[in-house]
Design a protein around this ligand. Structure first.
Ligand code: CTP
Ligand code: ZN
Length: 169
């Protein structure tokens, strides 16, 4: 006979909230713009071959943003270029570095004055697309909100969704 553990007790109702588990070591990228978590995964090069544990939350309620995305990656750090890429697609994102279950470091991403080697200039005649020798792309941040970038070489301006096509390398 199978004895019920709940004998005599009220059976718990299923919880309405589902929290992503805390991580031991790694990074939590929080306050990601709603719907941009897949792009953050792409920036980090996380695909089906990634060996570690990755938790992704999309469209979760947030006090500040209304809705937000979140990405947790165990045993992974971020380099400066990755942080800059995240800042471009999600200017309010917060990076938390977790060490032994504690938030060891927390900072909000910030855009640099110049964005170098991250975005391809859409102008086919720009020297960054025309030259035989590789010329590294370079954009000046003209405005942060809304984000407006200007190519240093051809002065082509980039705004809104145009900026979200970030080179993966
Ligand atoms: N977190 C985690 N694993 C840990 C510690 C924290 O996954 N071992 C996550 C928390 O769930 C949270 C984020 O990291 O999503 C930041 O943690 P914390 O600063 O404790 O939370 P808040 O105060 O809510 O952060 P904020 O004020 O930045 O919203
Ligand atoms: Zn250009």
């Amino acid at each position: 006979m199978v004895k019920s553990k709940n004998k005599g007790k009220k059976i718990n109702k299923p919880k309405r909230t589902l929290k992503i588990e805390k991580i031991k070591n790694g990074i939590v990228i929080d306050h990601i713009k709603q719907g941009k978590a897949p792009e953050v995964l792409r920036i980090l090069g996380i695909d089906e071959n990634f060996p570690g544990i990755v938790s992704v939350a999309i469209n979760v309620p947030s006090r500040i943003l209304g809705r937000k995305d979140m990405v947790k990656v165990e045993n992974r750090d971020l380099n400066g270029k990755e942080v800059n890429k995240i800042a471009i697609i999600s200017p309010d994102a917060t990076i938390n570095k977790i060490r032994n279950y504690k938030v060891a470091e927390k900072y909000k991403v910030s855009l640099p004055k110049e964005i170098v080697g991250i975005i391809k200039c859409p102008n086919p005649n720009c020297v960054t697309n025309k030259s035989r020798e590789p010329v590294i792309s370079r954009f000046i941040v003209k405005s942060k909100k809304p984000l407006i970038l200007s190519c240093t070489y051809c002065e082509r301006e980039l705004k809104g969704e145009e900026i979200h096509k970030i080179e993966s390398k």
